[in-house]
Design a protein around this ligand. Structure first.
Ligand code: ATP
Ligand code: SF4
Length: 355
């Protein structure tokens, strides 16, 4: 899955720590992935699993005491003749400013905090459009702002409003429209719908689905709600204690998770559509990064833990002809323990039953 034909973002062995020396904790640990142009990558995991740190780290928006301590991040900009590959970790602040909004934009959880409370919405759009396109006239900027609001189903009169005059869902739509204003190749959204009610969440996810088909941007969508991702993502990456523990095409992951943690996450949220099941959740709490358990970090909470899990840390490894990757001893060919039926390939499960 790491070989790619038309990538927009390449991340390899990316690490982020909070603090230095003995006090440091690793919040993002050895994360490697490639995102294809116009694809949607969902990132899921409980609170504290490192999702936001990953988003802030990749975009170089991380604040102290967060420090990027390793890895490579490359963004592919432009197309055809003017295409170039930019080393985001080596880029200067000026270089980063030049690509923000235009090539990569970020929507964070709280739109209320992201929008200036004393500035009308129209002024916010105007600033973004003006900064990156000096030749655009004032009236052209206003037309473009109206058009952008239309994309997210907001009427043009919202341009004359202050953020506090809009609902939470409307503010989040404004942020999404601003993120798309300059048609970036990559948009990163960190829990953009978490503070909203379920109906508004579903509407926004449906709008994003439509927009990405129309505009062709790649999207990293971060949430703790796995069921939301299935609506939107091409692939899903699940994080635990700063690491990727499973990555698979979205529907396949949803139909058949291979990692016990993914299975637990799926039991933590009601599906957006269809039958509402009894929520089972994951026993215990997320680990303390200062004192991670030895072996597999999930072992104290894992119903399938074996002795080996307490001793050795499983690597993220390809399974099922490289269609997906998982970090769990249950799927290691050297382990003789049977894979629990709920984590097995369905054809393997059937073969097992037949035998
Ligand atoms: P949430 O869904 O709650 O936003 P998350 O998966 O995005 O969670 P992060 O916010 O990235 O997780 O946090 C990852 C880890 O880094 C957590 O253990 C958290 O306690 C730690 N962390 C985050 N910010 C800081 C900070 N400023 N100083 C020290 N540790 C931090
Ligand atoms: Fe559970 Fe062991 Fe797999 Fe970790 S490696 S998820 S403890 S079975």
């Amino acid at each position: 899955m790491t070989t790619s034909s038309n990538p927009v973002l390449e991340v390899s062995h990316f690490n982020v720590d909070y603090g230095v020396g003995a006090a440091a904790v690793r919040a993002v640990d050895n994360v490697t992935f490639t995102l294809e142009r116009a694809h949607v990558l969902g990132v899921a995991g409980e609170s504290g699993s490192g999702k936001s740190t990953l988003a802030y780290g990749l975009t170089r928006l991380l604040r102290a005491p967060g420090i990027i301590t390793g890895g490579d991040v490359h963004l592919h900009l432009g197309t055809d003749a003017d295409a170039r590959r930019m080393d985001l970790l080596a880029a200067s602040e000026a270089e980063l400013r030049a690509i923000r909004w235009k090539h990569i934009s970020v929507v964070m959880q709280s739109a209320l905090n992201a929008l200036n409370p004393v500035r009308k919405i129209g002024k916010e759009f105007d600033e973004v459009l003006k900064t990156h396109n000096r030749s655009m006239s004032k009236s052209a900027r206003k037309d473009r702002a109206r058009e952008l609001l239309g994309l997210v189903n907001l009427t043009p009169d919202r341009l004359e409003r202050y953020p506090h005059e809009l609902s939470g869902g409307q503010r989040q739509r404004v942020m999404i429209a601003m993120a798309l204003a300059l048609q970036p190749e990559l948009v990163i959204m960190d829990e953009p719908t978490t503070a909203l009610d379920v109906v508004t969440q579903r509407e926004i996810v449906a709008e994003l689905q439509k927009l990405r088909q129309e505009l062709g941007f790649a999207l990293i969508f971060i949430t703790h709600d796995l069921s939301l991702l299935v609506e939107l993502a091409d692939e899903i990456m699940v994080m635990y204690a700063g690491r990727i523990v499973e990555r698979a095409p979205a529907l396949e992951l949803y139909r058949g998770p291979r990692h016990p943690y993914t299975l637990g996450l799926m039991g933590s949220f009601p599906p957006l559509h269809g039958e509402r099941k009894v929520m089972t959740g994951i026993p215990g709490s997320p680990p303390n990064l200062k004192d991670l358990p030895g072996g597999c970090a999930f072992h104290p909470r894992c119903p399938y833990a074996m002795e080996r899990c307490t001793l050795e840390d499983p690597m993220l490894s390809p399974i099922e002809d490289g269609q997906r990757t998982v970090a769990c001893w249950l799927h290691d060919p050297s382990v003789s323990a049977a894979v629990p039926v709920e984590l097995r390939r369905k054809d393997a499960a059937l073969a097992g039953e037949a035998g």
